[in-house]
Design a protein around this ligand. Structure first.
Ligand code: NAP
Length: 312
């Protein structure tokens, strides 16, 4: 299904919002884009980057938009929905990109006026960077976008949101908000918590050890630091709004960690080897599905070798 919108309003021009603006432009699927952000510095930058046809701080900017996408931290959605509600055009579709879906549905749905469609979405794509400069048009290419429409959503509106994500390169899957939150708890939220925790533990060590942590970080630690550098506001909101699913997965994780602790204490090499063999297969599956690169060193460019003293 080829798709075009008259006017797409993006609210919150951070990493995801600005990537969407760029991707929409690149795909040519909107006659005009309006960027709405409460932060004057962000608006100035969005205008400088030429990411939208109109840039405003006013919720009324959504007037006349046939697609409105909320790209703000999860817990900010309710206030944003309340502010834009009186200005939404009849027949418009409201969507979002929040990393938690149950709470977004609960917070936003009550503000959606009669005759306006609500089709929540979550692109499973991102980086540890924030703000309008961090975005890029290809962020969603070959990544999954999960739609969690309410059971009574108009099928035409769901089809348009699906076509929207496909037009900017995503694969699309539909599921319930509850299932989404459970799946993402284990694939995204708990891994972030583990990264925050291990980097926090290292940061709490004495100074001399910290220097060594940084010096020898290529042993594995630095890959956690990339995740642990993710936006604090966004991730605070994720853990506060997906509490049940995260606690459920953390419980399982803690049990498995205890089992590992036992294997090490008892010198159970066979059990350790069997687990590491199973986990290696998961990584191979992720590479085979195109969700990661098989390049050595996680696809990083090797650092150029330093020139020898006095060399040329
Ligand atoms: P971001 O780069 O920090 O951008 C967030 C935007 O929301 C900024 O423009 C920010 O404006 C605005 N904002 C913050 N608090 C607000 C409030 N209370 N009311 C209105 N606007 C507010 O974050 P992001 O990574 O794009 O994340 C945006 C959404 O995408 C979140 O819901 C997140 O869960 C979801 N998501 C993120 C990723 C990822 O990897 N980053 C992936 C998938 C989905 P200011 O400049 O004023 O703060």
């Amino acid at each position: 299904m080829s798709i075009t919108f008259d006017r797409i309003a993006i609210i919150g021009l951070g990493l995801i919002g600005s990537s969407l603006a760029r991707a929409i432009r690149k795909a040519g699927i909107a006659k005009s884009i309006v960027a709405i952000d409460g932060d004057e510095a962000v608006r100035t930058r969005v205008a400088e980057l030429g990411l939208a046809d109109q840039v405003t701080g006013e919720p009324a900017g959504v007037a006349g938009a046939d697609l409105v996408i909320l790209c703000v931290p999860v817990r900010a959605n309710a206030a944003v929905a309340a502010a834009i509600a009186p200005h939404l055009a009849p027949g418009a579709i409201v969507s979002d990109v929040g990393s938690v879906k149950g709470s977004v549905v609960r917070d936003v749905a009550p503000f959606i006026p009669e005759g306006v469609h609500f089709v929540p979405a979550h692109p499973v794509a991102g980086t540890e960077h924030s703000g309008p400069d961090a975005g890029f048009a290809e962020l969603f290419v070959n990544r999954w976008s999960i739609l969690t429409p309410p059971p009574d959503a108009a099928s035409d509106a769901v089809a348009r949101v699906r076509a929207f994500w496909e037009a900017i390169g995503s694969n699309v899957e539909v599921m319930t908000p509850e299932h989404h939150d459970l799946v993402l708890a284990i694939t995204s939220h708990v891994p972030h918590l583990i990264a925050y925790n291990i980097v926090g533990t290292a940061a709490d060590m004495e100074k001399v050890t910290q220097g060594e942590v940084i010096k020898f970080s290529a042993g594995g630690f630095r890959d956690f630091t990339r995740i642990a550098a993710s936006d604090p506001t966004m991730w605070r909101d994720v853990f506060l709004t997906n509490k049940e699913a995260v606690l459920e997965m953390l419980g399982r994780f803690s049990e498995d960690l205890l089992a590992l602790q036992r294997m090490i204490r008892w010198g159970d090499g066979d059990a350790l080897h069997a687990l590491f063999t199973r986990t290696r297969a998961i990584r191979r599956g992720i590479i085979a599905s195109g969700q990661e690169t098989a390049a050595p060193n996680f696809g990083r460019q090797p650092d150029p070798l330093p020139k020898p003293e006095g060399g040329n």
